[in-house]
Design a protein around this ligand. Structure first.
Ligand code: BES
Ligand code: ZN
Length: 463
């Protein structure tokens, strides 16, 4: 490993330059006008995979954006890692809040600022550089590796499950490795053993055929903007508990031992509140902040649209009102079950004075693993070698729906080793990645392959 690690140290500056080129491609999957950029990014990713020495690199076409696949299967007798990540990024609005252009990566104060720096190009690139270091210095990897990178993660991975179901043999492996989450805190590397699930909806209300003069008609009809407020107010009580009947039925209670583990984590609630700029934290009583974010389900409103919102005043009763909402789910809640409970409840609480349309959008299952599994422990050793510190084990509030698919369709455990930071503005203006963590993460990834390589795997696939 010495030669590999030396190589990584020597190439530190080159890595940053190359990452800048990757981050320059505006691969925004949500916006149709960026479809060509997403494809170009897939091609760039594939080229880079060939450059670092992966074999059989191909773009798998889907009805949406392509999936990039590549492999290196020369480690006979060693386990096979299925590495998953995404090359697409979130939209950049509001653009005026960026301190430097989102697709001109800029280094300031030891951090690289750009859309995708943390979520997820920077973390994917870290693995590329770890693979490259092994192959350059030793002409081999200590494990077999299959790389799957999708371009639709930020829009719900619509075509990924079908790809996995159709390529069960191609994707056969021993363990999934993913770096698409933050570490616990600055200076506190972590391995994530749980994610929340999700079910997402759009609610549309129509009151009348067209907007109305509020003087002539105010008092005669219901105002859909107002009704929407009333409907949303029915979703949670004042204490933050979701009121949808049956919503909590399948929630796996937190075990006392797990609560005690959460308690031991170096979490500074005051600091957390300050960083967020919230006057006061809020959520279900009887649960700590970490418990609420990691192990309790929620209902959130993402966006509201109705009526007149320009400068000045306009006396109008809007014809329509719209809300985007979602519920984050925890084990053992099932998205399909919760979706049905939600739809029934919205129909029940919406008055007949408006026309209601409920549209279900994407979602995914929650996930949790035991952290005494040997792959998770191997990752913990690798993180310690890369960061000089033993990682903590944490859960996360975000969702990576494919993790449950990998478990169910391919029967594979996942190791989530993320090197982002919670305050790196993923999905927001001024997204960034700490370059110290990026560098340590490359070393940790290089050790991860080595550590997993030492675990005995199935005989290497021949294909
Ligand atoms: N990298 C995140 C997932 C994540 C965020 C994991 C925070 C752990 C902590 C990923 O890119 C993402 O944003 N996922 C979406 C999934 C959704 C579109 C189904 C999410 O969580 O909103
Ligand atoms: Zn994301």
């Amino acid at each position: 490993m010495n030669a590999v690690i030396d190589f990584i140290h020597t190439n530190r500056d080159r890595y940053v330059d190359e990452l800048k080129a990757y981050l320059a491609i505006p691969s925004i999957s949500a916006l149709p006008e960026h479809a060509a950029d997403v494809r170009q990014c897939a091609e760039w990713t594939a080229e880079e995979m060939r450059r670092i020495g992966l074999h059989d690199v191909v773009l798998h076409e889907t009805p949406g954006h392509p999936i990039v696949y590549g492999e290196w299967l020369g480690a006979e007798g060693a386990p096979t890692i299925l590495f998953y990540g995404h090359y697409d990024v979130q939209p950049v609005d509001p653009l005026d809040l960026w301190e430097s252009p989102p697709f001109e990566a800029t280094v300031r104060g030891g951090e690289i600022y750009a859309r995708g720096a943390a979520d997820d190009k920077g973390q994917v690139f870290m693995h590329f550089k770890a693979i490259e270091a092994h192959l350059r210095q030793t002409s081999k990897l200590p494990v077999n590796i299959k790389v799957v990178l999708e371009g639709e993660e930020e829009v719900g991975s619509d075509n990924l499950d079908a790809f996995i179901n159709e390529h069960v043999e191609l994707l056969a492996a021993d363990v999934v490795v993913i770096s698409d989450s933050p570490m616990f805190d600055r200076g506190v590397p972590s391995i994530c053993y749980g994610l929340r699930g999700l079910t997402y909806f759009q609610i549309d209300l129509r009151g009348t055929k067209s907007d109305l003069h509020s003087g002539s008609f105010g008092g005669a009809v219901a105002n859909p903007a107002f009704v929407l407020g009333q409907v949303l107010a029915q979703m949670k009580d004042r204490g933050g508990r979701v009121k949808i009947p049956g919503f909590y039925d399948a929630v796996r209670p937190l075990r006392d031992e797990e609560r005690a583990e959460f308690q031991k984590l170096p979490f500074n609630e005051k600091q957390y509140r300050k960083v967020l700029g919230a006057p006061k934290l809020f959520g279900e009583k009887d649960y700590s902040t970490l418990e609420r974010v990691w192990a309790r389900p929620t209902f959130e409103v993402h966006g509201l649209l109705s009526g007149f919102t320009d400068d000045g005043a306009k006396t109008v009763i809007p014809a329509v009102a719209m809300a985007k909402v979602s519920m984050r789910l925890v084990p053992d809640q099932q998205p399909d079950v919760i979706a049905k409970l939600f739809e029934d409840y919205v129909r029940k609480v919406t008055p007949r004075t408006v026309e209601l349309t409920v549209t279900r959008m994407h979602g995914g299952q929650p996930w949790m693993t035991d952290f005494d599994n040997p792959y998770v422990q191997a990752a913990a050793r690798a993180v310690e070698l890369g960061f000089g510190q033993r990682p903590v084990f944490n859960r996360e509030g975000g969702s990576i729906p494919v993790v449950a698919t990998f478990q169910q369709v391919l029967d594979l455990p996942s190791v989530l080793f993320g090197i982002g930071l919670p305050d790196e503005h993923a999905h927001a203006p001024n997204e960034r990645l700490d370059l110290g963590n990026f560098h340590s993460g490359i070393i940790a990834s290089a050790f991860l392959y080595d550590e997993i390589g030492r675990l005995s795997g199935e005989p290497a696939p021949t294909g």
